[in-house]
Design a protein around this ligand. Structure first.
Ligand code: PLP
Length: 398
């Protein structure tokens, strides 16, 4: 199917900018793990809109909450409260389980990262504004989030970026320690680097980072945008290491597809934001938060972490059984399958993902040699087997 078929035209006559590249499908409906394109072709979604729709497509509780709220009240601005903000914030406080904290809602991941950077700067004061993050990290596309993102090739076309960012080799405590000069106010890390290749932090690394930050009065900020809300088999990725963060950025799965994000911070850190310091017109609006409330209530009701732990173990063993897969990394249902040179046979993982799509499976090439899999938590063992069989057949067809 060509670009022209999907969006009407190509190049300058196309009504859409080209920054996403040519779309590969036009999906019109979804239900649970299944997605249907406009010709009615069924696909299994093992990507969840990039780890967003953890409860599957059109989950009845979320759809109902959005429908009811849309008929009641969609937006009033942050000059006023709404009935969902406090309950959702209380649930997030409980799931983060790291002592007294407060929540500020946002609309997206990048905005949540912008907010955590501003909060850390405000709390630490001028002169302690530097944020240290990791090479290969991904924190979003707005200018400060891009500056925090540890991928220099993504920076180049947009220089000069905001100053005050420093990058260190991933998962190496000694490297990090050397970067912690007096101007450093915060360390920003993903518990598992998602876009950077599904690279988990060692639990011992996170513990060492926590200690270094404590010793120096540095804030530890965790970007849980991809890893949060059960995806790794715990409510948040940092919980595997048994540490407590000072600040957490979240988004993606919290609204099961509605644009919701936000920041959690230790109460004394949260107090640094005074009226007028930060805000966003839509953030925390009733429609988005009705979706978040239904999503979180459902994730709690199904005990998402244990479900994910069980499904993740099943998926790892199925992938490991494929002869073209050399190793599987990640945690829970955020996994990458490393493909052997023989199975790749000169193709990239993105080529393999395109062939999988042709056979009705949505996955993506996260590095030139690895596929990322992030299926919804409600996936059945039969669906896992069906999806893995598609990958197996594509790897054998070279
Ligand atoms: C997706 C992602 C972001 C950016 O979120 P957007 O909603 O796309 O702005 C930031 N950090 C991590 C870890 C992500 O996975």
């Amino acid at each position: 199917m060509s670009h022209t078929d999907l969006v009407g035209s190509t190049g300058e006559s196309c009504p859409l900018m080209g920054n996403y590249g040519p779309p590969q499908r036009l999906f019109v409906s979804g239900s649970g793990v299944e997605l249907f394109d406009r010709d009615g072709n069924r696909h299994l979604d093992f990507l969840c809109g990039l780890a967003v729709t953890s409860l599957g497509h059109s989950h009845p509780a979320v759809t109902e909450a959005i429908s009811v709220q849309a008929g009641k009240l969609i937006h009033v601005s942050n000059l006023f409260a709404n009935e969902h903000q406090a309950p959702v914030a209380e649930t997030i406080n409980r799931l983060i389980d790291s002592g007294p904290g407060q929540v500020l809602f946002q609309n997206s991941g990048a905005e949540s990262v912008e907010a955590v950077i501003k909060l850390a700067r405000k709390f630490q004061g001028r002169g302690r504004h530097v944020v240290v993050s990791a090479l290969r990290s991904f924190h979003g596309r707005t200018l400060a989030a891009l500056a925090a993102t540890g991928q220099p090739e993504k920076h180049e076309p947009f220089q000069p970026l905001p100053e005050g960012f420093r990058h260190v080799v991933w998962n190496d405590p000694d490297e990090l320690e050397r970067a912690l000069s007096p101007e450093v106010g915060a360390v920003l890390l993903e518990p598992i680097q998602g876009e950077g290749g599904v690279n988990p932090a060692d639990d011992s690394y996170l513990c060492a980072v926590r200690q270094m930050c404590d010793d120096r009065g540095i804030l530890l900020i965790l970007d849980e945008i991809q890893t949060g809300f059960g995806r790794t088999g715990d409510w948040f990725g940092f919980q595997h290491a048994g540490i407590r963060p000072d600040i957490v950025a979240f988004a993606k799965a919290v609204g099961n597809g509605m644009p919701v994000g936000g920041v959690w911070a230790r109460t004394d850190v949260a107090a640094a934001f005074k009226p007028g310091d930060h805000g966003s017109t839509y953030a925390g609006q009733p429609l988005a938060l009705a979706a978040a409330r239904a999503t979180l209530d459902t994730l709690v009701a199904i005990d998402a972490p244990s479900l994910v732990t069980e499904k993740g173990a099943t998926l790892i063993s199925m992938l490991t059984d494929l002869s073209g897969v050399t190793s599987v990394r990640g945690r829970g249902l955020l996994l990458a399958a490393e493909l052997s040179p023989d199975a790749l046979a000169g193709r990239s993982a993105a080529d393999v993902a395109r062939r999988c799509l042709d056979r009705g499976l949505v996955v993506n090439g996260i590095t030139p040699t690895a596929l990322r899999l992030a299926p919804p938590f409600i996936v059945t063992d039969a669906q896992l087997a069906e999806g893995v069989a598609v990958i197996g057949s594509v790897l054998e067809e070279n």
